[in-house]
Design a protein around this ligand. Structure first.
Ligand code: PLP
Length: 355
């Protein structure tokens, strides 16, 4: 890859500089072209990024084939989740319905806005129970928000479109579906389908949340966006301070969308890292779920807290506990060199009888 950023050369981890594979960040660093654009933007930091924000908004509308009032730029996708909870919490009777094991921001912001949360237990192998979610919605006489992360975090798995689309298309009364597709760029499973198509088809009961934090390696730049019917976007807009994103973030996002070689590199590197970890776990006979993301979820023979500590002493920071999967670990896929190092450590730990 001609585009390989300069900052990916491998240095063995130390206590001060551990391998950080706990937040599903992209270890490659931003694309060199995006870094250059962000640096240039710092010099313009005394100005509002108005023209560039309009440009990014327009570019994303073109990509998603929607009119301008179908999209809102947000300060990362978590700002989109917050805005939705803020907006819908104002309805007279509302609940949030989530799978028990999913990304935490839905529940976090629901708690903040006093929206009761209904958690639907998972099926075998931490599969999302779509019928269970539906039951929770059907049995409620107020408004339901269904927060649906696909592929899911921390499980890394895809819920087939065939399981979720018919429900969304049936337009159940008083229901909003939030489709959080933060990791969709990594998916190759044909059973996955973005909900964007339903929004393009005119459905006004579903909103898509996207982020530049993952494939584009821009987690610290805070750029995300929401796509949905104007009625939903308007409600979100009333919860944020306008599309006033930071200058470096906006310019880096604009450049990243055009940097197809980096996108290909980012995908290929992730795939390579996934193969390295999967092959290690296979060799060690460790059970893991099929990953469609930039992280993997595997089973431990002890509580995650104990394993987390052992890894930390080896200068490797892995994911936190995700109840109720207390004997499972989420490892974000770092660079292939980092994953080779981690695989080697896991193999050593196995031979020492501590993993
Ligand atoms: N949604 C999911 C499913 C995530 O895993 C994350 C972060 O890990 C986010 C949203 C928030 O990302 P950001 O606010 O950086 O866009």
């Amino acid at each position: 890859f001609a585009q390989a950023p300069a900052n990916v050369s491998f240095i063995a981890p130390t206590a001060d500089n551990p391998i950080r594979i706990n937040f599903n960040e992209n270890a490659l660093g931003m694309s060199p072209s995006a870094q250059a654009a962000a640096r240039d933007a710092v010099a313009k930091g005394n100005r509002y990024a108005k023209a560039e924000i309009t440009q990014l908004h327009g570019k994303l509308c073109d990509m998603y084939k929607v009119p301008k009032n179908f999209l809102l730029l947000t300060d990362g996708s978590s700002e989109g989740i917050r805005a939705l909870m803020g907006a819908y919490s104002r309805l007279p009777k509302v609940q949030l319905v989530i799978p028990e094991l999913t990304y935490g921001d839905g529940e976090h912001f629901a708690n903040l806005y006093n929206v009761p949360v209904v958690k639907v237990p998972m099926l075998a192998d931490w599969k999302v129970d779509v019928a269970g979610l539906k039951k929770a919605v059907d049995g409620f006489d107020g408004f339901s928000i269904v927060y649906f992360v696909n592929p899911n975090n921390p499980t890394s798995t895809v819920t087939p479109a065939s399981e979720i689309e018919p429900w969304v298309k049936s337009k159940p009364d008083n229901t909003l579906f939030i489709a959080d597709e933060a990791y969709a760029e990594y998916v190759s499973d044909p059973k996955f389908k973005s909900m964007a198509g339903l929004i393009q088809d005119g459905l006004d009961n579903v909103v898509l949340l996207k982020t530049f934090s993952k494939l584009y390696a821009m987690a610290g730049m805070r750029v995300g966006f929401a796509v949905g019917a104007p009625s939903i976007i308007k409600m979100m807009k009333d919860q944020v301070a306008g599309e006033k994103l930071n200058y470096p973030g906006v310019t880096a996002a604009l450049v990243s969308l055009d940097d197809e070689p980096f996108q290909a590199y980012s995908r290929a590197s992730n795939l390579e890292s996934r193969k390295i970890l999967a092959s290690c776990l296979d060799k060690l006979g460790v059970k893991y779920l099929p990953s469609s993301t930039n992280f993997m979820f595997f089973e431990l023979n002890e509580p995650i807290r104990a394993f987390q500590k052992k890894m930390a002493t080896r200068n490797i920071i892995v994911g936190r506990p995700f109840p109720p999967a207390m004997n499972w670990c989420r490892i974000s896929l770092g660079t292939p060199q980092e994953m080779a190092y981690v695989a080697n450590e896991l193999t050593k730990m196995r031979s020492e009888g501590v993993f």
